[in-house]
Ligand binder design. Structure first.
Ligand code: CTP
Ligand code: MG
Length: 171
């Protein structure tokens, strides 16, 4: 899909393992204030964007802000891995509570691409095996996204597809 259609009022979940390019995609296609990144919220609550210990507080904060935005009718993009059904279910529930459409943009790129990117990142020190597990979890559950409640599911499977993608907002 070259053109990704996103309703003007939507909750857009970026879905993909670490180094899949979620934050890069978000910065390219959305306004900075539209994007709520789990890492940003980890940093806001703990001064460490990699702090796993801060996950619960980070997401509670992220969901609070996302809810305020959706209540105001502002398109909101959640930049978190969201490879697990439980994580996505919370996003679908939030969208439903605010009567907006949940949309998923999935970055399902080859594992070697992600591992190469990961190795080149100074900001992600963890074991690359984590990425393999995230990819496996995503692929195991990917077909379920429509049933989870996502109204549109866009899947990009290569760096070329990501590069070619445009986001069009539709009324
Ligand atoms: N990158 C790249 N080419 C792209 C997209 C990303 O080389 N087309 C690089 C980025 O410069 C970055 C790394 O790959 O160094 C990971 O991209 P990022 O957008 O940060 O990935 P995320 O999915 O946001 O990873 P995380 O979940 O760890 O935040
Ligand atoms: Mg990121």
């Amino acid at each position: 899909p070259n053109t990704i259609h996103v309703p003007e009022l939507a909750l857009v979940a970026l879905v993909g393992a670490s180094s899949a390019g979620k934050s890069t995609f978000a910065a390219r296609h959305f306004r900075p204030s539209e994007v709520l990144s789990s890492d940003t919220f980890r940093a806001l609550v703990s001064d460490d964007e990699n702090s796993l210990e801060a996950t619960a507080d980070a997401f509670e904060s992220l969901f609070f802000v996302a809810g305020k935005r959706l209540a105001r009718g502002r398109l909101t993009v959640v930049d978190a891995t969201s490879v697990r059904p439980d994580d996505r279910r919370r996003l679908v529930d939030l969208a439903r509570r605010h009567d907006v459409l949940p949309v998923a943009v999935v970055l399902d790129l080859p594992r070697n691409v992600l591992e190469e990117r990961h190795a080149a990142r100074p900001d992600r020190a963890f074991d690359p095996a984590v990425i393999g597990r995230q990819i496996a979890e995503l692929r195991r559950t990917l077909r379920g996204l429509p049933k989870e409640g996502f109204r549109h599911v866009w899947v990009l499977r290569s760096p070329q597809e990501v590069e070619a993608a445009r986001v069009e907002r539709v009324p």
